[in-house]
Design a protein around this ligand. Structure first.
Ligand code: 8YV
Length: 322
C-alpha cells in the first residue's frame, strides 16, 4: 500500500496538471504567492512536491515554508523564478520542461523577426481599414535578405533558431559565455564586438541576475541605426528604458518583443512606438506545446514519487542514483 503524497499546485490553474495525478496524490492549490498564506494550518508541513505552473515567485523564502519538500516541478524551460541555489542547498530537486517547446519557440522567434522586418501588423491594418483600395502598402524598410544575425544564447532554442536562419540563407554568429560544442557558427565571447559585426540580435538566453540588462545602451549603440532586436527570452535581459530610448531616437531601427521587464505591464512609451511588434509572451503558447509542457510537469512528479529519477532535472540540482 503506497502512502498518500501531498502535492501543491502553485500558480495558474491547469486542467491537464490537475487531472494528471492518480488517487494516491492529494492536491492542494495556491494560485498566487498570497494564497500560500491561506493554506490550512499544518498543510505546508505535509507537502512533498510542488508543481510551479507559471511565473509565480518560488524564492528560497517560499520554498522554506515546506520542510518536507523533495521536488519542485516547474512549468516552462526558464526557471529564473525558482531559487535553484536554495533547492540545491536543501537537497530539493528542480525540474523544468525543456525540449518539448524548443521548435515552437524557435518558430515564434523567426516569425516575430519577419513580422517586424516586413511590417506584417501594419500591413494587416492596411487591408482591414480598407486603405488598400486607395493606396498600395509602402515597401518595407526591413528585409531578412540583407541581414546578418547575432544570436544571444546558443542553447537548445538558440540552435533551433540558427537552423531556421540557415534555411533562410541568413548568416549567423552568436554570443554566449562558453562556445557551444555542437555548432560551427562564429562565437563571440564579447557581446559588444558581436553587436558591431551584425545588424540583428535575437535574444534567447536564460533570465536571472547573471544576464540582467545584458542588452544595454552600449550594445544597442554598437548595433547601430539598422539595428533590429528580437527578444523571446526574458524581459530582464534587456535594459527596457534604454531600448525604448534607442527606438524613439532611431539609433536602432526596430524591435520584436515577446517578453517584457514587468509583465503584463508594458510601458505606454513602448506601446506607442510604430517600429515595434509586441506579443504577450506567447513563445510556447500553442495548445499542442502547452499540453506537452503540462504533461512533462506531471511526468516528472510521478517519476519521482514512483522512486524513479526525474525526467528533466535542471543542471543545478543533479540527481544521484535512484
Ligand atoms: C512560459 C516560458 O510562458 O518556458 C518558458 O521559459 O517563458 C514560457 O514557456 C512561462 O514559463 C510562463 O508560464
Amino acid at each position: 500500500t503506497s502512502q498518500t503524497v501531498d502535492l501543491l499546485i502553485y500558480g495558474p490553474d491547469k486542467p491537464l496538471i490537475n487531472e494528471g495525478f492518480a488517487e494516491r496524490f492529494k492536491l492542494h492549490k495556491a494560485q498566487q504567492l498570497a494564497d500560500l498564506e491561506r493554506l490550512a494550518p499544518g498543510i505546508a508541513e505535509t507537502i512533498r512536491g510542488i508543481a510551479v505552473t507559471g511565473l509565480v515567485p518560488a524564492s528560497g523564502a517560499v520554498l522554506a515554508r515546506f520542510p518536507k519538500l523533495e521536488i519542485v516541478a516547474s512549468f516552462g524551460v526558464g526557471y529564473d523564478h525558482v531559487d535553484a541555489a536554495y533547492a540545491r542547498e536543501h537537497g530539493v530537486i528542480v525540474t523544468n520542461t525543456p525540449d518539448v517547446l524548443t521548435e515552437e519557440v524557435a518558430d515564434v522567434a523567426l516569425g516575430l523577426l519577419i513580422a517586424t522586418l516586413r511590417e506584417f501588423i501594419a500591413a494587416d491594418r492596411h487591408v482591414r481599414t480598407g486603405a488598400w483600395s486607395t493606396q498600395n502598402f509602402p515597401l518595407s524598410k526591413g528585409s531578412l535578405r540583407d541581414r546578418s544575425v547575432g544570436i544571444v544564447g546558443m542553447g537548445r532554442i538558440g540552435q533551433a533558431i540558427g537552423r531556421r536562419l540557415e534555411a533562410s540563407q541568413v548568416p549567423v554568429v552568436y554570443h554566449s559565455r562558453h562556445p557551444a560544442a555542437s555548432v560551427s557558427y562564429q562565437h563571440y565571447p564579447n557581446l559588444i564586438e558581436m553587436a558591431k559585426a551584425v545588424d540583428t540580435l535575437i535574444v534567447i538566453i536564460p533570465g536571472g541576475a547573471a544576464t540582467a540588462k545584458l542588452i544595454d545602451a552600449e550594445v544597442l549603440a554598437a548595433l547601430g541605426p539598422r539595428g533590429v532586436v528580437v527578444n523571446v527570452a526574458r524581459g530582464s535581459v534587456i535594459d527596457e528604458p534604454a531600448l525604448i530610448a534607442a527606438l524613439q531616437a532611431g539609433t536602432i531601427q526596430a524591435a520584436g518583443l515577446d517578453v517584457f521587464a514587468d509583465e503584463p505591464n508594458v510601458p505606454e512609451a513602448l506601446r506607442a512606438l510604430p517600429n515595434v511588434v509586441l506579443l504577450p509572451h506567447v513563445g510556447s503558447a500553442s495548445v499542442v506545446t502547452r499540453n506537452a509542457m503540462d504533461q512533462l510537469v506531471v511526468d516528472n512528479l510521478k517519476a519521482w514519487f514512483d522512486g524513479q529519477p526525474p525526467l528533466t532535472p535542471i543542471p543545478e540540482t543533479p540527481v544521484k542514483d535512484r
